[in-house]
Unconditional design. Sequence first.
Length: 648
Amino acid sequence: MPVRPAPLPLPRRHAASRLWALPLVAAVLFVAGFLVWAWRADLEEVAERRATMITDALSTEAQLRGRVDVEMAHLQDLAKQIPQLPRNAKALADNTDVADGLRRLWLSVTWLDANNRIVAHLPELQPLTDSAIRETLDSVGVSAHLVQVAGADKLVVRYSAALLLRRGAPWWLTRKYDVELIDSSDQAIASIDEVPLRLDPKSHESYKVQVGGNMPGNYLELTLREVQRPFWRSLPIVLVGGFLVLMLVATALLRRQMQQVSRAEDAWRTEAAWRRAMEDSALVGLRARDADGRILFVNRTFCDMVGLPAEALVGLAPPMPYWPPESLAEVMQRHKSNLAGNAPRDGYEAVWHHQDGHLLNVMVFESPLIDAYGTQIGWMGSILDITARKQLEERQRHQAEAMATQSRLTTLGEVASALAHQLNQPLTAVIGYNAGLQRMLGQDANASPPLLKALQRQGEQAAEAGRIVQRIREFLTRRAPQREACDLVAMARRAVELLHRDLQRQQIKIAWSVQPDLPPVYADPILIEQVLINLVRNAADALRGPGSSGQGGRIEITASQDAPQQLRLAVADDGPGLGGRSIVQLTTAFYSTKADGMGMGLAICRSIIELHYGSMAADTSPLGGARLSFSLPVFDTAHHPTEEETTL
């Protein structure tokens, strides 16, 4: 028996029960560490965001304050010019500082005297309706004022706080924050948006700083537009939570899987013991080989079959010690073909050599050897010793041949005797009359040469018919066929020549495909010619039968060496084909596909071929029709027929 590796010991139950929890513990520790890191990172992010907001607020406040201080400086320059200006609106409108201020931020400029009466106002006051006043206020928004004393007079400039905010705050700041100017009572004076958002301070972080300088009592407030959610509501935390849930589910599944694996390993141990016992007690030899043909495993039956121990077989590469030395080349060729995947699915027969010297017949069935990953690593063979069965089949074959012969003699003996007796007399008369006509016409100098040739061929055909009747009579009376070394292709050409006129009348073309240097066959030429005539005539009848064109056609005769000791001759046509019929059905006695056929032609042909230890086959022709073929043994110069071979 082959040496098998000992199975690995299984882990203990309680150890296995602890192993499934390790991934869950690791996952919990990982999630806990991640939460601590996320919490600390959130605290640092909040502090950094707060510091950034304060820095942005102070920077923006400084810019706004500087912008207002610049406008106040322009107003002071205008106040210095007031004493020299005419006291009317035109003089004020013609001043360049006033025009520049109105283009910047100023909404209006009012010139008041010492009694606070309006000296001039720009833009000039127009009578407005209530709706016009509301529209103007909505477009301008809440405004702020700058006041500057000009001698005894006073200048009041009203400017847009919203416009100041939009021009003074950078664009990137307005994308990040909602920027507003508010008063001391938290009422919005101006906003970066046309409509103040007034974001909820509970969900939006904000910071405000007092604006100094020329904007007393006002505050600049920055509010983050983005909602700041708690860190435990962020997407990474949600994903980590989902991961922990999945780990819980995976751990439960892993625990169940490990329990199933443990039970499967126990079952595997039991099954392995059963399989080992079955392999040892099986009556079929088992053999496993790798892709190179090296033996991997054999069972006890195989070892007993070839007479060698498993230790001497496992690891061997071809050639094997149980292969017959006299046919080593042939066995090696079949071995390579089997390793290439060409082994017959229904098995093949082989002859092996036992260690004690006797030969045994085996039936080998090969199937792919697949590993656990689905990859083919070799071939698994089941071998049956069929030596006793082959001996029994041989005895049965001889008995069947004897019974078949007796049956043919019993059934057709009288018919054969009657036909031979009745046909011999008319054939003898035909031959006599033909010979007489030839002598008479031969003495006539005016006799037609074509007529003489026709009479000569008629005599040859009559003589051939006599020989055929005699040979069939011998065939039916247990006399052995007169076998000899003969040229199979020459016999085929003679058979076609005998049917030349019929084929020419039907306009059927004969094509030949003959392998060169074919050896002679060991057969009775008369009987084989009759088989060839029958096959060619059947092909010609098929070309004019139903399903064909009725005129013309092609018949191809192929001769080749089918095996080292066999030649095969095939007759193919381009007719309607076999219609799914097999050679067994076609050669059944009294079965015919022709309306006027007796159903005995192919049956007799098969009997003749099998008498010569050949075989017949039928399949589809490459021309599209039917192809019938037969094989005959090659003539062996060292062959000496035994007494058993000389009788049917």
